[in-house]
Design a protein around this ligand. Structure first.
Ligand SMILES: Nc1ncnc2c1ncn2[C@@H]1O[C@H](COP(=O)(O)OP(=O)(O)OP(=O)(O)O)[C@@H](O)[C@H]1O
Ligand SMILES: [Mg+2]
Length: 600
């Protein structure tokens, strides 16, 4: 994670808008469950009330029922004992339902959130994913969700329970005996600055822990995402050192945070113990002078113990609350990211496009402050034309192709498919009509057949076979251990880069789009299989619009038209023969190719 990204994450923590945003998210998650949540709140109150009644009943037992028993009257003792048993049973029941309900509700909200985050992250444009690293996306779905789970399942209930316990206990003490109540409140005074210090220190500590744990994930993802490059360039040692550094930073941050707890909790217990001692001493004298009953003193001591326990719990929960708030801020931030490539509000109907592409005064830059990659230009590609894009590396060929499939929106002008601005076409219609095949030829886990069928999910096995045959892929597929049913992730099912490209070709063939874009899609094929593919290609391209980016001139020569891209625009435009005759850049390229063929 770069320094800038860190700044982004910490900034959101301090941001008031982030708080509002998180609250909105929490509300939207809670809304469908509001009645269950109200029930839960009642249950928290009820369980704390029953718990608070315990010491009071004990006092009653000692001060009233015991003397009565000594006088031979049994009823009060039986009543008090039965009452005590009853409230204990009730408290147990409430606690059980509370834990159960809050776990179920928490999990329900979490499931909804997980799905929302996944759906949204998937919808976000390429541009977003280029700057929001995959490590951060993973953190949102893993560690952030985990902290939220703690909050939703247990944190909120424990927090509310503890606060209520303190309030009820304090009220009980004040009602039983005012002087003791005041004494206890006075003992809270030293606890207050201690707690404030603890809040600050632990917040800081947890923030550091989160930052380092996010860095750990980023470092991990980067190393293993690029493992081949790591091994080829012997970066293992360096990576291990970097990773160890971050890991030990994480350890230090964790230790520091735990130390804060180590100081706070014992000191708090000390204050609690001192209070109990003071109450005992004060109460003892008052009992001695007949100003207080023994049962009341016992109840006061029991209450005093219970008063300080929740502070401990609150302190504990407070931290998971802090991390949960931060996690919520990050997740809600992600959820409120708008895709830069937006769905049109009123999409134009385009079920089957002809494939007429028109660039009108189109310009493009990757970011508002970046230079223009494509300067304003016009270009018309009639339906059915096969166009090859050539030009030096970095000239903007892929950029031009990505505009047609709307991975990015144009920065100026407009790009039209069949006369309709692509921004007015729904993503579904656009991607049915425009298919882009790239060098990476990504395969999903599943069988070879399933991977081909991705082009048209309702395709029959026969359709899949036909597509593979048309593209010249059936030979190698039939040679795989299970043919079309071979799992691409299993041993033996592993396919080569060229075979992957053939599969993605068959996939595109099956999709049967009006516009086909091939970006270096033939780069991994050997010459014979490329020739095979070219037969399939010619058949495939026959009636559709195609944009082909290829370094190999044999592929370029099958095009109706060649565009030489360079200097932020189109330098040459014409049929391969015309351009060769004209003697420009393409002619030079062609000459070099011819020479190399002669030498070969
Ligand atoms: N995602 C991106 N963000 C910012 N700039 C980019 C991005 N992708 C490409 N560029 C820049 O845009 C320019 C054109 O890149 P493009 O990928 O279109 O070139 P190309 O012609 O396809 O090159 P190649 O033949 O190497 O594939 C380059 O200068 C590149 O640095
Ligand atoms: Mg490219």
């Amino acid at each position: 994670m770069s320094v800038q990204e860190d700044a982004f994450d910490t900034q959101t923590v301090d941001n008031r808008a982030a708080r509002k945003r998180s609250l909105r998210l929490l509300k939207s998650l809670a809304r469908p469950l509001r009645w269950q949540l109200v029930g839960l709140a009642f249950m928290v109150i009820a369980s704390q009330l029953t718990l608070a009644a315990g010491p009071w009943l004990i006092a009653e037992g000692i001060d009233t029922a015991l003397p009565a028993l000594l006088e031979g009257r049994e009823a009060p003792a039986i009543w008090v004992s039965a009452g005590y048993l009853l409230i204990t049973c009730l408290a147990t029941f409430f606690t059980y339902t509370l834990v159960r309900t809050s776990t179920v509700l928490g999990q329900q909200m979490l499931l909804e959130l997980r799905r929302r985050v996944f759906r949204h992250t998937q919808r976000l444009s390429l541009e977003f994913h280029e700057h929001y690293t995959s490590g951060r996306v993973i953190s949102r779905q893993t560690s952030d969700m985990e902290t939220l789970r703690e909050l939703l399942e247990f944190g909120l209930r424990a927090f509310a329970g503890s606060v209520l316990a303190m309030v009820f206990t304090a009220a009980s003490i004040l009602l039983l005996d005012l002087p003791t109540g005041l004494l206890m409140l006075a003992m809270l005074l030293p606890a207050l600055p201690l707690t404030i210090w603890f809040q600050r220190a632990s917040r800081e500590g947890f923030r550091n822990m989160r930052t380092y744990s996010a860095r750990l994930i980023v470092s991990f993802v980067e190393t293993f995402g690029g493992l081949r490059a790591v091994q080829v360039f012997r970066k293992e040692k360096q990576n291990l050192e970097d990773y160890s550094q971050v890991a030990s930073d994480y350890r230090d941050a964790t230790l520091r945070t735990i130390m804060v707890f180590g100081i706070y909790q014992p000191l708090l217990r000390l204050i609690g113990a001192a209070t109990i001692a003071a109450i005992l001493l004060l109460g003892g004298y008052r009992v001695l002078h007949g100003n207080m009953e023994v049962g009341v003193l016992l109840a006061l001591v029991l209450y005093a113990r219970r008063f300080f326990q929740p502070i401990d719990e609150i302190a504990n929960v407070y931290n998971s609350l802090q991390s949960a708030v931060a996690a919520l801020e990050k997740i809600s931030g992600l959820l409120e990211q708008e895709p830069t490539v937006k769905e049109p509000e009123a999409p134009a109907e385009l079920t089957h496009a002809r494939g007429d592409i028109r660039f009108e005064d189109v310009s493009f830059r990757y970011a508002p402050d970046a230079p223009l990659v494509l300067k304003p230009f016009d270009l018309h590609i009639p339906a059915g034309q096969t166009v090859a894009l050539v030009g030096q590396t970095g000239a903007g060929k892929s950029t031009l192709a990505k505009l047609v499939s709307r991975f990015y929106d144009v920065s100026g002008g407009s790009l039209k498919l069949d006369g309709i601005d692509v921004r007015d076409i729904s993503a579904e219609d656009l991607h049915r009509n425009v298919v882009m095949v790239t060098q990476e030829a990504y395969l999903f886990s599943g069988t070879v057949g399933e991977n081909i069928a991705l082009g048209r999910p309702d395709a029959s096995l026969e359709d899949i076979r036909l597509a593979a045959r048309a593209i010249g892929a059936q030979r190698f597929i039939e040679d795989l251990p299970d043919g079309y049913d071979t799992d691409v992730n299993k041993r033996g099912g592993r396919v080569s880069a060229g075979q992957r490209q053939l599969i993605s070709f068959a996939r595109a063939f099956l999709a049967n789009p009006a516009v086909l874009i091939l970006d270096e899609a033939t780069s991994s094929l050997d010459i014979p299989s490329e020739r095979l593919v070219q037969e399939g290609l010619t058949k495939l391209l026959g009636n559709r619009t195609a944009l082909i980016i290829a370094h190999r001139l044999s592929t370029v020569m099958i095009a109706d038209r060649v565009l030489v891209v360079g200097g932020g625009g189109i330098l040459e435009d014409g049929s391969p023969q015309e351009l060769i005759a004209r003697g420009g850049q393409f002619a030079a390229l062609y000459q070099a190719w011819q020479d190399s063929l002669k030498e070969g």
